[in-house]
Design a protein around this ligand. Structure first.
Ligand code: SAM
Length: 286
């Protein structure tokens, strides 16, 4: 039994035998939605942290890394994105980064209203004012159903989901990627978070194999997210037109000229696709 003065710690498990733990300096929000446990805690090192079930999703201190990586690589791969689709992304960080580009509209389909509300209330710096942007359209719905029903076309799509379990399981299927490809045009680009190269190599391989039949190019790229267990994290991008790793560097610099970033850099864009030798087997498992 913990004595009253001992702090609580939250354990975010990575592989079978290791985890990250975070001291809980304050519990700001704790509810069970229809889909998951939604918590927001305060932590001295990472600020306010969004935790779904027991997995750290994003934090005030390092959220920009993941959201810049998941947004700017696909948006810069497409030659001129106008219509963007986001599946998941309930904290609003990906929508915020997306709206920094000169697009016409961005539709975000998030299944759990509780995540949107909790982040708006307790970590407003992540969504910032993205929902007030007239180009933003927020739908509280199942992204699997939205894509299956189709009917709309997009240039770039991003899946910012929890790891494959429960409502997000179908977001990693070949059927979903095929339906998504049908919504994207001839230059269409889809980017998804594809897990850890240290302990989710099977997930990376599955995403690559499920995307391969539907996209001309499938490439996995690497980032370092301090609050994801094992820190190394991958994203996988499928592209119908241009090779994501072959975009003209001068074009990247020009397109990001008025979009200052803190992790993603046009000069490093191609390097994101070059992984350290010890991770290469995981990154090209497909
Ligand atoms: N952006 C954060 C990060 O840095 O990793 C985490 C992603 S966001 C919190 C994950 C979201 O995916 C959750 O809000 C969850 O409700 C949503 N989600 C899971 N399955 C979904 C589905 N089938 N359709 C729409 N949203 C879904």
């Amino acid at each position: 039994m913990r004595s009253p003065q001992e702090p609580e710690w939250i354990t975010d498990q990575g592989g079978e035998a290791f985890a990250h733990i975070y001291r809980v300096d304050a519990v700001l929000h704790d509810e069970r939605s229809a889909f998951q446990r939604v918590r927001v805690i305060e932590n001295l090192d990472f600020g306010r942290m969004l935790i779904l079930d027991d997995a750290v999703q994003t934090t005030e201190r390092d959220e920009f890394i993941y959201h810049e990586l998941l947004a700017h690589v696909p948006l810069c791969t497409h030659p001129a994105p106008r219509r963007v689709l986001i599946i998941g992304g309930g904290d609003g960080g990906l929508l915020r980064e997306t709206l920094r580009h000169p697009i016409e509209h961005a539709t975000m389909v998030e299944i759990d209203r509780a995540v949107i509300d909790a982040t708006l209330r307790w970590i407003p710096s992540i969504p910032a004012n993205c929902y007030a942007d007239p180009r933003a359209r927020l739908l509280v719905d199942d992204g699997i159903r939205f894509v299956r029903e189709g009917g709309e076309h997009f240039d770039v799509a991003m899946v910012d989901s929890t790891d494959p379990k429960g409502p997000s399981l179908g977001l990693f299927s070949s059927e979903f990627y095929g339906q998504m490809a049908a919504l994207l045009g001839a230059s269409g680009v889809l980017a998804v978070q594809s897990g850890s190269p240290l302990y989710q190599q099977d997930l990376i391989a599955m995403v690559q194999q499920h995307m391969a039949p539907h996209f001309r190019w499938v490439r996995t790229y690497l980032g370092a997210v301090p609050t994801y267990p094992g820190v190394f994290w991958t994203f996988t991008v499928g592209s119908q037109g241009r090779d994501p790793a072959g975009v003209n560097p001068e074009e990247l610099v020009e397109r990001m000229r008025h979009i200052p970033t803190r992790y993603y850099l046009p000069a490093a864009h191609h390097g994101l696709f070059v992984s350290p030798p010890f991770l290469q087997s995981a990154m090209s498992a497909g």
